[in-house]
Ligand binder design. Structure first.
Ligand code: IPD
Ligand code: CA
Ligand code: CA
Length: 259
């Protein structure tokens, strides 16, 4: 099997799994699910845990030698250079509030590079996916970043306005939102999906774990955009995230780089 065919198989597996886990979460959505609070003060529910258990079981069954990193159950070692990175529900606050913008995120990292990504938004029935060399698709249609040439015409998405202050990044956020035409919230993973599909120009988040953004590395790359930290490094390990088009990247980096 060629490397490309291999990635296609992994992509099919990731999208099917994200879809099935996502449909399962819908059974709990707007259904009075009980919210617990984790040590880091973030919300979690039985749906997060059940979805991650299902995803991990299916990965282990199909690829017993692959490593797994998931938000709720942590790292599990593997035997080679393949690692699945999983966030069973990204946007748990949206999920428990009945806001339909939450996602199931599944990515495959090979030798440290995210090559396959699936982001499924169950309540919207929207699937965004990509694999290296295969293009980025949203519900079967080719997706690309926006062609807007200046941030002054663009939409900036973010998750939580208070988060910028909490992480000491208010000056950068302030400069960016003032330069943009609009700044819209509630975004979580959906913000990166909006950028990859050309519906927003920038998504900025001051707090990111690798599982919050892993699928968006190949998704943005294949859509002609950038996903990385706020200083221009294309990484999911920077503790912060920025996605945008290649055209707007220099303008955005000038505004959000630390002084
Ligand atoms: C959160 C989202 C959010 C980010 C937080 C994450 P969760 O994930 O990805 O956009 O700002 O840092 O914790 O808890 O909803 O999976
Ligand atoms: Ca998350
Ligand atoms: Ca989560």
């Amino acid at each position: 099997m060629s490397a490309t065919q291999g990635l296609r198989h992994h992509l099919d597996f990731a999208t099917t799994l994200a879809y099935e886990a996502g449909r399962m979460t819908l059974g709990y959505f707007r259904n009075g699910v009980r919210t617990e609070t984790k040590e880091d003060e973030s919300p979690v529910t039985v749906a997060d845990r059940e979805a991650e258990r299902m995803i991990r079981a299916r990965i282990s069954e199909r690829y017993p030698s692959h490593a797994i990193l998931g938000e709720e159950y942590g790292p599990e070692a593997g035997a080679g250079s393949y690692r699945w990175i999983v966030d069973p529900i990204d946007g748990t606050l949206a999920f428990v509030r009945g806001v339909p913008l939450y996602a199931v995120l599944i990515a495959l990292e090979i030798e440290g590079v995210c090559e396959v990504g699936a982001a499924y938004f169950p309540a919207l029935d929207e699937m965004v996916h990509a694999a290296t060399g295969e293009g980025c698709y949203c519900n079967g249609r080719r997706a690309r970043v926006s062609q807007v040439q200046s941030l002054s015409e663009g939409i900036v998405a973010f998750t939580d306005a208070k988060g910028f202050e909490a992480y000491g990044r208010e000056p950068e956020w302030d400069r960016l939102r003032r330069a943009a035409r609009y700044a819209r919230g509630w975004s979580d993973a959906y913000g990166h999906a909006l950028v990859a599909t050309g519906r927003a120009e920038v998504m900025l988040d001051p707090a990111m774990n690798p599982w919050d953004c892993a699928p968006f590395a190949p998704i943005l790359r294949e859509a002609g955009g950038y996903l990385g930290d706020w200083s221009g490094r294309e990484t999911i390990y920077g503790g912060e995230a920025l996605s945008t088009s290649r055209v707007l990247l220099p303008e955005v980096l000038d505004l959000v780089r630390r002084e």
